[in-house]
Design a binder for this molecule. Structure first.
Ligand SMILES: Cc1ncc(COP(=O)(O)O)c(C=O)c1O
Length: 338
């Protein structure tokens, strides 16, 4: 492949194939393989007007043994089912979701970056209402497709601390809204604040709970965690996306003898953590060097702002080590594809 694996960003790159299936009259069609990057859809499709859409994000990795692995893809299948239920879309059965993901990776095998370069194949499953409706009601037809592209780190710095800006004048999700689902509306609602954060020189915006603005919700497209007193602390909130990476880090922290607390995290607690970070499939673990509460004129700084703290580093190395097979996968989180 003629790709500069070491300098990949997080951008669309055309690969050879995607896979698709349509839900019509109560059943999903056979998976179809396509090379077309476009979709012919009715202009009245509910995904276009009423946001009936959900997506997922996961990765395939080349291991030290040269084999391609997926990480916990059943969890993505389950989360997409929860998203579909939440906004009344047809559910993609777990087995169909996993078959589609496995198939599209194998079809695009040559785009899976080699081991050891910090790159991976990003997999984007998408479920959209393609049936036409002009009234606000669920579509009777849906399309599920999966496409892939090789990517580097989401935050340009890779595993180096970034700065985050607390966002007090926007909410990405309402307290009883759709924040816990991976649906497009949440991302549309986050665009202006994330763009403002970028313009001011921050990696992304940190959201607080929409009801009281007292507790940390999450960091752009990633969950938040803080480390203190041998404890991994992460927010409990109805309006954050349950991250598969975060769930995995909780297990790893416990296996390292740490305590794990999942509870509301007051903003002021930022002053008490020794290390803080953002985690997610795209972000992997991104250490945070500084959190700036612009409106309150407070800056929270962590250790050496140019280097991740020791626990964050250990969590990162263990997680990535399992994904790349540098470390034995004792949790059975990975599936070998070839
Ligand atoms: C809003 C949001 N939070 C958290 C995450 C991290 O979730 P995961 O670890 O499952 O990728 C993502 C990415 O999927 C996200 O979009």
């Amino acid at each position: 492949m003629d790709l500069d694996w070491k300098n990949l960003g997080f951008n669309i790159i055309k690969t050879d194939y995607n896979v698709r299936t349509v839900f019509r009259n109560g059943t999903w069609s056979e998976l179809e393989v396509s090379s077309d990057e476009y979709l012919p859809i009715h202009m009245g499709a509910t995904c276009l007007h009423y946001g009936q859409e959900s997506f997922e994000g996961l990765k395939a990795y080349t291991g030290a043994d040269g084999k391609i692995r997926l990480f916990r893809h059943r969890e993505n299948a389950r989360r997409m089912i929860r998203s579909a239920r939440g906004i009344l879309m047809a559910e993609v059965p777990e087995e169909l979701f996993m078959e589609a993901v496995e198939k599209v990776v194998l079809l695009n095998k040559k785009y899976v970056p080699p081991y050891g370069l910090g790159a991976s194949l990003y997999i984007r499953p998408l479920l959209i209402g393609t049936g036409a409706e002009v009234g606000v009601r669920p579509a009777s037809e849906y399309t599920f497709l999966v496409f892939v592209m090789p990517v580097g780190p989401y935050f340009k710095t890779g595993f180096k601390p970034v700065d985050m800006m607390i966002c007090r004048d926007h909410d990405r999700a309402a307290p009883q809204g759709t924040g816990h689902l991976k649906v497009g509306g949440n991302y549309a609602a986050s665009m202006s604040s994330i763009s403002e954060a970028h313009q001011k020189g921050y990696a992304t915006a940190m959201y607080l709970d929409a009801r009281e603005k007292k507790y940390i919700d999450e960091c752009g497209p990633a969950n938040f965690f803080g480390i203190k007193d041998n404890t991994y602390v992460t927010p409990k909130s109805q309006s954050i996306l349950p991250s598969i990476t975060n769930k995995s880090l909780q297990v790893l922290a416990e296996s390292m003898g740490m305590n794990v607390e999942i509870r509301p995290v007051p903003v002021e607690e930022l002053a008490e953590f020794d290390e803080v970070g953002a985690c997610g499939t795209a972000a992997v673990i991104t250490p945070i060097g500084k959190v700036v509460d612009v409106e309150k004129d407070i800056t929270y700084t962590y250790g050496d702002t140019a280097k991740a703290g020791p626990i964050t580093t250990k969590l990162y190395e263990t997680l990535v080590g399992i994904q790349n097979r540098d470390i034995e996968d004792s949790f059975a989180w990975t599936k070998i594809l070839d």
